[in-house]
Ligand binder design. Structure first.
Ligand code: G3P
Ligand code: MG
Length: 261
């Protein structure tokens, strides 16, 4: 099955940043621990200073690495991901902040390694491209992700999403067979259905606070997949599925994982 066909289903569970309630978000161990508990995994992608696609949520390294404990990086505040080369990022520890144990380290995850992982394990992956317009031209960001997908031959296993909708337009031109999702938070774009058709997206992923039954029905009738983030309560997940929502993104696969709802 391809990701595009998965978009016809409902009641789907996405592992938000991997199994982030039981492992450090956006690391290989978080992906491994999601297996068997979700229908697909969601990760966040951005570029290092030298243009390598790396898996990180925040624009800066402080929250999820040990960067502020490393003397040679002391002068590099505010520690933007896009100001560090991939070799520098590889020297950091992405695990001990989560485990509360300096000896329990996890390495950087690159998009290359994440794609190899999904191929080996035949699991679907939602690649969210973070808004990188303050560091890179849109074409450069999208082209880097496209190259990784092509090289790993994972077209059928991935969905691309972004809050920066410009990326989705470029992506559809470059890889028309890869599904895309417009991410929104806080308010719907004006003339929503028209807007989404203009972007040529397959899916609309919105934050839970923005969801209402009428909008979900309109979107589904118009043929769009609807995903909702972030849902960590089983009762709420069921309510959303009853409304017609296709998928929820959850941090807690032990509460909302497959076989639990
Ligand atoms: O793709 C859903 C969700 O990941 C979007 O928000 O900030 O957690 O990447 P964020
Ligand atoms: Mg995300």
């Amino acid at each position: 099955m391809k990701f595009l066909e998965l978009l016809n289903q409902t009641g789907l569970i996405a592992a938000h940043r991997g199994a982030r309630s039981i492992a450090p978000e956006n690391t290989l161990i978080a992906l491994k621990r999601s297996l068997g508990k979700c229908d697909f995994i969601e990760i966040d992608v951005q570029l290092s200073q030298d243009g390598v696609a790396v898996i990180m949520h925040d624009d800066t390294l402080e929250r999820t690495t040990n960067v502020n404990e490393i003397d040679v990086f002391k002068s590099r505040k505010p520690y933007r991901v896009c100001d560090f080369t991939v070799d520098e990022l590889r020297t950091l520890d992405f695990g001990s902040w989560f485990y509360g144990d300096k000896n329990h380290k996890e390495p950087l995850l690159t998009l290359h390694d994440a794609l190899e992982f999904i191929k080996e394990n035949n699991i679907f992956l939602n690649i969210e491209i973070k808004d990188m317009q303050s560091c890179f031209r849109d074409e450069v960001v999208v082209e880097t992700v496209v190259k990784e997908i092509k090289e790993s031959d994972t077209h059928g296993l991935v969905l691309i999403s972004s809050f920066r909708h410009e990326y989705l337009k470029i992506m559809k031109e470059k890889l028309p067979d890869v599904p895309t999702a417009a991410l929104v938070e806080g308010k719907h774009p004006q003339k929503l259905l028209e807007y989404l058709r203009g972007l040529k997206v397959d899916a609309y992923n919105l934050n839970d606070e923005l969801v209402d039954k009428e909008s979900v029905e309109k979107l589904r009738e118009a043929g769009f997949f609807v995903g909702v983030y972030t849902v960590n309560d089983a009762k709420r997940a069921k309510e959303l599925f009853n409304m017609g929502v296709n998928c929820v993104f959850s941090d807690s696969l032990t509460k909302i994982g497959m076989g639990i709802l």
